[in-house]
Write a protein that binds this ligand. Structure first.
Ligand SMILES: C[S@@+](CC[C@H](N)C(=O)[O-])C[C@H]1O[C@@H](n2cnc3c(N)ncnc32)[C@H](O)[C@@H]1O
Length: 461
């Protein structure tokens, strides 16, 4: 029999927020029953209206704040801020850092059962705004006009937005200008519901160190109307543009990029530097979005790898070889693995660009390629992983445990999967020495960490 719930829909109740969810909503408990309330902050007392009840949790709306958190700050337009991707902008930067650091500590204990690991204070930014070197915005139509910005929550409606406080000014300008040009030329916006129309997304990427800009237009159709004028006007109005790319995504899907990419003008890649290493970046490749903090993160990964020039290193989930080439500066040999073929082309080009001959790259799934290498006798002294949010595949973790590299450096953008994977590696013979959170994504709920593990008893054969 179902236990009666302590709240009903449309009730007004007083609560105290204890925590934040992973997407930045306040969490309050009523007789142990969790209530998630957007905009509530830990420590705040408030009146809320219950708008939804489920068996295991309820959702509320903030009606009145009786006591404010010392970390709350005023923001000009909360709807644009939150749905535009800045879920934590109503918290002071000091408060954001505190929240993220606590979150890492909590999940390492709760999920990873790691009681004695050293978690360092999070490394934040001096200026936590205008940092993103990339934006990709959905395009739609409102009142007969092309708009681009973000999806209104739980709807297909696109809210127009010209700039985001976390994007570099060059990225804001590129998106806004491309949007204006498409609007003026009457390029039809894509409609998600009918799967008709043309322009689905506009993407801009900027090399902060080189000043090179890439604009990517993602369409449903293989052709773009007014292509010639479109290209000419982008070149005329965005003098930093070095590459204009067309990507075709004809599927009914939430995935932004499709499989077919054509170069419309300029170079297939733009360049950027992290530290002294130069990188070529193509439209489809993953490249870290916060160039300032990327250097901080990679320096820490390199420090944790603790190389003396003799080691063989595997960099799993290597993208365009960014971490691989950082490591190659100090290792005997680095082998990078990545599933996106274009990224591996970039990685090889990047090695050549920097005159590095001790880095080799393979296309494939890390959980398939690395076990194969291990069977063939290719073992690493140090293994670095930097997986997507879902963490490492179990087959890869098992191969690490079997291969026994002396050190593992785990770069993670999701503390929960990091904690889960650290537990598996600990049970397989590793010890997590340190975890360093790095704030790669100020104003958002995302948390990045790098962890150093060593083999508990050094029984490498
Ligand atoms: C968080 S990114 C890290 C990239 C790179 N280390 C960097 O810092 O730029 C994760 C990368 O893993 C790749 N990836 C996803 N699943 C993979 C898999 N099963 N095997 C290999 N690479 C994968 C993605 O394409 C992406 O480039």
């Amino acid at each position: 029999m179902n236990r009666a719930l302590p709240v009903n829909k449309n009730d007004y109740i007083d609560v105290v927020f204890e925590d934040l969810t992973h997407d930045g909503a306040g969490v309050a408990k009523v007789e142990g029953y969790p209530l998630f309330v957007p905009n509530g902050l830990p420590g705040e007392k408030a009146k809320v209206k219950i708008i939804k009840v489920n068996k295991s949790y309820g959702i509320g709306r903030l009606i009145e704040l009786y006591e404010q958190s010392p970390y709350r700050v005023d923001i000009p337009d909360s709807e644009k801020t939150k749905y535009g991707g800045c879920q934590l902008e109503h918290i002071s930067y000091e408060g954001q850092l505190k929240y993220k650091e606590n979150q890492v500590r909590q999940v390492l204990t709760r999920i990873g059962k790691l009681e004695d690991v050293t978690v360092h204070p999070i490394l934040g930014m001096d200026n936590p705004l205008s940092y993103r070197n990339k934006a990709q915005v959905p395009v739609g139509e409102k009142d007969g006009k092309l708009v681009a910005g973000f999806f209104k929550q739980r709807s297909h409606e696109i809210v127009d937005m010209d700039e985001s406080v976390i994007q570099l000014p060059e990225v804001n300008e590129a998106i806004q200008t491309a949007k204006e040009i498409c609007r003026r030329l009457g390029i039809p916006a894509y409609n998600e519901e009918t799967h008709k129309g043309v322009l689905r997304h506009i993407m801009a990427r900027y090399g902060k160190q080189t000043g090179e800009l890439m604009v990517v237009l993602i369409t449903r159709t293989p052709e773009i109307p007014h292509k010639k004028e479109l290209i000419e006007e982008i070149i005329a109005r965005l003098p930093k543009v070095k590459s204009i790319v067309h990507n075709v995504n004809s599927k009914r899907t939430n995935v932004i990029l499709g499989e077919k990419t054509n170069l419309l003008w300029g170079s297939e890649v733009i360049y950027d530097y992290i530290g002294d290493v130069k990188f070529a970046i193509s439209a489809l490749s993953f490249y870290q979005v916060n160039p300032v903090q990327t250097k901080v993160l990679y320096d820490k990964a390199l420090e944790y790898a603790d190389l003396d020039g003799e080691e063989s290193v595997i960099d799993a989930y290597c993208g365009i070889g960014t971490i691989s080439l950082f490591l190659a500066q100090k290792a005997r040999k680095v082998f990078g693995v990545e599933v996106v073929p274009e990224a591996i082309e970039d990685a090889r080009r990047n090695a050549a660009l920097n005159g590095m001959t001790n880095a080799e790259f393979a296309v494939g799934e890390a959980e398939v390629v690395i076990p194969k290498w291990y069977k063939e006798g290719n073992k690493a002294d140090v293994l670095v992983v930097d997986p997507p949010r879902k963490g490492c595949d179990e087959a890869l973790l098992q191969t690490i445990i079997d291969m026994k590299p002396r050190k593992v450096v785990y770069v993670s953008c999701n503390p929960a999967t990091l904690a889960r994977d650290l537990r598996i590696l600990e049970d397989g013979g590793y010890k997590t020495l340190e975890v360093q959170p790095v704030d790669m994504f100020p104003m958002t709920t995302h948390v990045e960490c790098v962890a150093q593990l060593i083999l508990k008893c050094d029984t490498v054969k």
